[in-house]
Design a protein around this ligand. Structure first.
Ligand SMILES: *Cc1c(COP(=O)(O)O)cnc(C)c1O
Length: 391
């Protein structure tokens, strides 16, 4: 089956579910055994079947199979949040004294997790631009066991060359984890490029309807993913509820058509923003002015639905602009049907010290917009009236 068909059918055989068309919601915490001996066999792993929903649930299983197929992995696990996926894979891959090499920008709470690791467990990390083989090699330490990458980087839209990073990591036996939230498997497939694990905040494009918080982890090696299921995921316990898995299955069915429209709207908004005198810079991976379009085109099939832009006049003008919007909602999160906009310096990246934030390229006038699925003319009209009102 092709990817667009798998989104809809993978992992679901109606005959296994009373001929239901859609995946039934198994809203149950536990499963009953027909006999004491059957319970023993299930615990021993000698017989397939339900035990307890923290270890597996039929609704959740379908979502795992679907995500495994979409990312081209050997196994998948879903979680109660994107951060549960991040923490589970990092707990699995590291021990005290290890070092994690990270891309120069990371999701804010991933930074928070890394500082807990540092302070409580002596697991270290450092950041690198990863712009050349030499730069990556110089940043790798004797105790580096994981390279953890986001691309595009939030909110600066800088890219990390996944081909280069996975090649250098492979030579040294270092595992590579990619947070693929910004792209979804529809635009970028890190496992096929050479990464060992890919994860998502399923809260964003995978679910796509702004009503669930969840995470996904897909790995190449089926046995290793099973070991994670039966250790860190089971014992740290950051699992998803069956109902949330059911909602994501529903959302996923339209991922391909949604992504097409997100991308189309984003491209038109980029063209529009490039004509606005109040905008200093537009940051979008497939925009001709982006310095890394060659990398973008090598590893992404389209530029995505997220745009950052820098408005002249810093925080004051940025806030005036947000307050002038009428249709576009001011909110963090991304990948929803509604177009959302936020001000990273005072919102998602307000915890980053000013000096570090400016060094990362997040200037005071930066805004990050997640293009929704509305009619493009309404979106441009709203931006246009907001720019006019702050003149
Ligand atoms: C939202 C997000 C996360 C965290 O996911 P939650 O579902 O909010 O826990 C991690 N990485 C990226 C890039 C995100 O956008």
């Amino acid at each position: 089956m092709k990817k667009d068909t798998r989104l809809i059918h993978e992992g679901m055989n109606p005959a296994d579910h009373h001929d239901s068309l859609t995946v039934p919601l198994y809203q149950t915490s536990t499963f009953t055994f027909h006999s004491a001996e059957q319970g023993q066999r299930r615990f021993a792993g000698e017989e397939q079947g339900g035990i307890y929903s923290r270890l597996g649930n039929p609704t959740v299983d379908v979502l795992e199979k679907r995500m495994m197929a979409l990312e081209g992995g050997g196994g998948a696990l879903v979680f109660g949040s994107g951060m549960a996926a991040v923490s589970t894979i990092l707990v699995h891959l590291t021990k005290s004294g290890d070092h994690i090499l990270c891309s120069k920008g990371l999701y804010g709470c991933t930074f928070g997790l890394l500082s807990i690791f540092e302070q409580k467990y002596g697991i270290h990390h450092s950041l690198s631009g990863m712009t050349s083989k030499e730069e990556i090699v110089a940043a790798i330490q004797d105790n580096t066991t994981v390279i953890y990458v986001e691309s595009p980087i939030n909110p600066t839209m800088e890219l990390v060359d996944l081909y280069l990073v996975t090649e250098v990591a492979k030579e040294r036996g270092i595992r590579v984890v990619v947070d693929n939230t910004f792209c979804s498997p529809y635009l970028q497939q890190p496992l096929e490029i050479g990464a060992d694990f890919v994860l998502h905040s399923a809260t964003k494009y995978l679910n796509g309807h702004g009503d669930v918080i969840a995470g996904v982890l897909v790995g190449k090696d089926a046995d290793e993913m099973h070991r994670i299921r039966m250790s860190v995921q089971k014992d740290y316990g950051g699992i998803i509820s069956p109902f949330d898995a059911w909602l994501i299955l529903r959302g996923l069915k339209t991922l391909h058509v949604r992504m097409e429209r997100h991308v189309k709207n984003a491209q038109k908004l980029v063209d529009y923003l490039n004509t606005v005198p109040a905008v200093e810079t537009v940051l979008y991976p497939f925009d001709a002015k982006h310095p890394q379009t060659a990398i973008a085109k090598k590893q992404m099939s389209a530029g995505g639905g997220l745009i950052s832009f820098i408005i002249k006049g810093g925080t004051e003008k940025a806030q005036q602009f947000l307050n002038a919007l009428e249709l576009i909602h001011v909110a963090v999160s991304l990948g929803d049907a509604e177009t959302l906009i936020q001000h990273p310096p005072t919102m998602t990246h307000s915890v980053v010290p000013d000096k570090d934030r400016i060094a990362m390229g997040i200037s005071n006038g930066m805004l990050r917009l997640s293009a929704g699925l509305e009619d493009i003319e309404d979106l441009i009209a709203d931006l246009d009236q907001a720019f006019a009102s702050i003149q």
